[in-house]
Design a protein around this ligand. Structure first.
Ligand code: ADE
Length: 225
């Protein structure tokens, strides 16, 4: 898989890809992530990529020209399955979207800034708009990092134990059950007895029940889906 991220702040985005699972996935060649600085695509002598809104109003708007140049340059080199725009008014990121995108070959992610991009960018180039939640960030970069993490960990071979992504919270619309490790007892706080002794069917049943109870208590909306 190849991910091209278009941003005015590549330095803000790079570190999540330089550690842990994302770094390992890149080092193993399972995913290639490229950063494109939008300022490299402007013909403006001050390298500006935004301007004031037509019709008046506060806040700057990202101009279409550098975005068009960058996306057209990328599209001249390969076909893209999705061109995604990170924006608070996009579709809220859910596990299903990450699952869907993890099967793609090439995607572009455009990070918005200021007030956002000229509407014509969205109309002409964007195939999917994604929000990471109902709050406004200073830009799309952190959202893009979240989206990439959620996608990359699902690419076959990225996680050592293939089943571990399948047992994540949300994969079956349930939150994950409680988990424990050594010691068996700490300051008098005990691990549930049934987890010892290796009765796998009983443990599985307990986990399913716990996942259901936790979901019912914390996220009943998931059970309605
Ligand atoms: N840019 C600003 N806020 C955002 C959000 N909530 N999700 C994605 N991109 C954004």
């Amino acid at each position: 898989m190849r991910i091209d991220i278009i941003t005015v702040l590549p330095e803000l985005l790079k570190s999540p890809f330089e550690a842990s699972i994302l770094k390992r996935a890149i080092d193993a060649g399972l995913v290639e992530v490229n950063f494109h600085n939008l300022r490299d695509y402007t013909s403006d002598k001050y390298k500006s990529i935004d301007d004031t809104q037509f019709g008046g109003g506060a806040g700057m708007v990202m101009m279409i020209e550098p975005i068009d140049k960058c996306i057209s340059h990328l599209k001249s080199q390969r076909d893209y399955d999705e061109i995604i725009y990170m924006t608070p008014d996009g579709e809220t990121l859910k596990q299903g979207i990450a699952n869907h995108l993890s099967l793609k070959e090439n995607i572009i992610i455009l990070c918005g800034h200021y007030k956002g991009v000229d509407q014509r960018v969205r109309d002409q180039f964007i195939t999917k708009e994604i929000s990471i939640g109902d709050y406004v960030l200073s830009g799309g970069e952190l959202g893009a990092a979240v989206l990439c993490d959620s996608i990359i960990r699902l690419i076959p071979g990225v996680l050592g134990n293939e089943t571990s992504a399948l047992t994540d919270s949300f994969q079956d619309n349930l939150l994950a059950p409680p988990i424990y490790t050594k010691p068996r007892e700490y300051k008098g706080w005990k691990v549930p007895e049934l987890l010892f002794g290796g009765n796998t069917p009983k443990i599985e049943k307990w986990r399913e029940e716990q996942a259901y109870l936790r979901t019912k208590e914390r996220r009943p909306d998931l059970l309605d889906d």
